[in-house]
Design a protein around this ligand. Sequence first.
Ligand SMILES: [Cu+2]
Length: 139
Amino acid sequence: MRRITTSQFVDFTWSAVALVVIVAAMTIGGASASSGSEHGGASGMVQAPSADTSPDLAVEVKIDNFAFTPGVITVKSGTRVTWINRDDIPHTVDSTQGKFKSAAMDTDDKFDFRFTEPGEYPYYCRMHPKMTGKIVVQP
Ligand SMILES: [Cu+2]
């Protein structure tokens, strides 16, 4: 009985040694595998998407300090232009051709218009006619 018990203990010891060896081998293998995936991550960064493919055509013109910024902006047909008043006094956006006309815009008010026909669309502020800007719409 005693010999069998000892023999079982020895078997257990060798099993434990084998387990340690397997775990050590997996750890080393895992380390080399993770360094391989770091290389994969670096090549993935090269494939950054282009920022110029957005289907949502929208631009913003800021009104501040008695000026439209940008004063002249070129957009693709179908683009929605949003004016936002960042000034602390009211302004308007009025097409000189009567194509669009905003109400008086208080601070942080917005006005938007979608340009669907190519052409040039000059505009001004009817409260301050020296404030002018232009939207150039390309096909
Ligand atoms: Cu104004």
